[in-house]
Ligand binder design. Structure first.
Ligand code: GLV
Ligand code: GLV
Length: 351
């Protein structure tokens, strides 16, 4: 008997071919390349053994109930899994596949792009030229100036901060060492001990490239906010981290600092951030994610802030990375169907 596999997006012929050509798979794919219709998914899920989803598909009690007892695996083409009801999977013995690691480089690249854009008035400068205003304000000695991300010879020390210090944060730090930053501070889950070995090995590694590098150190959240010149948010979303960046924390930050969020919108209180930007508590913000996305319209308080650079959740959007993510998502399902270990499994229950 064939196993029904439902895929909520067109992942292209090369990737889907691996499922299509598998004689044990009965494949159902949501045909258009846009958000999968919820009702289609609820209907198609009935009797499915595997579901391949993206972060815009809610895998909740309703969907899991509709899928029924045949369901063995949910495979999300994302590193985040806030859209998946882990307890619902655990109680049914359904396994979860996801796609960490393959997107680290792409998200790190975008994080740095946003840090540079927000620091250097990128959003305003682009709009200025596009609106035909360049002739009105030409070059001037201190026109368009912003804080510099990289270190300067004899200049002030540069501290980059990471809220969350997992894989993507560490890859971002790797790239930033080339910018001759002075030090790195980070905060992880409340109560988690410092990653001492990691701190030492990263410090040693980066000093070899940049002898002026002082080191990597865990700090509390308040110190992170106070001392970071650029603060990268690279921690998971969910209830535990919701609005961790709030008014109180933003008030601690330097007036010249830049906040970058490339993880989940829910970590930042949007109203507080809009206020911080409006009143100049911080210099700027670069956001790949905003709470309530994609319903972020031109009248959104953050969109209206000139010092806020916003892109529509494109952190992993390179051809190479999205292809890797799609292949991983499909490989995870095929692994479960053939009783092999998944490429990347998120454990949802304790053995
Ligand atoms: C993107 O946000 C992802 O979770 O992969
Ligand atoms: C990620 O959030 C971590 O704790 O490193």
């Amino acid at each position: 008997q064939k196993s029904k596999v439902v895929v909520t997006r067109d992942l292209g012929p090369d990737v889907l071919g691996k499922l299509r050509e598998d004689p044990s798979v009965d494949l159902f794919v949501w045909p258009p390349d846009c958000g999968c219709d919820r009702n289609w998914l609820l209907e198609e899920a009935e009797g499915a053994v595997g579901l391949v989803v993206t972060l815009t598909d809610k895998v909740d009690e309703e969907l899991l109930t509709r899928a029924g007892a045949n369901l063995k695996v949910v495979s999300t083409m994302s590193v985040g899994y806030e859209h998946v009801d882990l307890a619902g999977l655990a109680k049914r013995g359904v396994r979860l596949g996801y796609t960490p690691d393959v997107l680290n480089g792409a998200v790190a690249d975008l994080s740095i792009m946003l840090a540079l854009m927000a620091g250097r008035n990128g959003g305003n400068a682009l709009a200025h030229v596009r609106n035909g205003e360049w002739p009105n304000i030409s070059w001037s000695p201190f026109g368009w100036c912003g804080p510099q991300l990289s270190g300067t010879v004899g200049g002030p020390k540069k501290t980059v901060g990471f809220l969350g210090f997992g894989r993507i944060a560490q890859v971002t730090l790797n790239r930033l060492v080339g910018f001759e930053i002075t030090r790195c501070i980070y905060t992880t889950r409340i109560g988690s001990p410092p990653k001492k070995d990691l701190e030492d090995s990263l410090t040693e590694k980066h000093r070899r490239v940049n002898p002026g590098f002082e080191g990597v150190r865990q700090v509390d959240l308040k110190t992170l906010a106070r001392e970071s010149d650029v603060l990268f948010i690279l921690a998971p979303g969910g209830a535990e981290t919701r609005h961790i960046v709030n008014e109180e924390l933003l008030r601690e930050m330097k007036r010249t600092s830049v906040l970058v969020n490339t993880s989940r919108g829910s970590l930042v209180d949007s109203d507080a951030l809009a206020k911080a930007l409006r009143e100049g508590w911080i210099w700027g913000a670069g956001l790949d994610v905003v709470e309530g996305e994609p319903d972020v319209t031109a009248d959104h308080p953050l969109v209206k802030q000139p010092s806020c650079v916003i892109v529509p959740h494109i952190g992993s959007a390179t051809f190479a990375t999205r292809t890797d993510m799609a292949n991983t998502a499909v490989a995870n399902v095929l692994a479960v169907l053939s009783n092999k270990p998944m490429v990347s499994e998120k454990r949802v229950w304790q053995d």
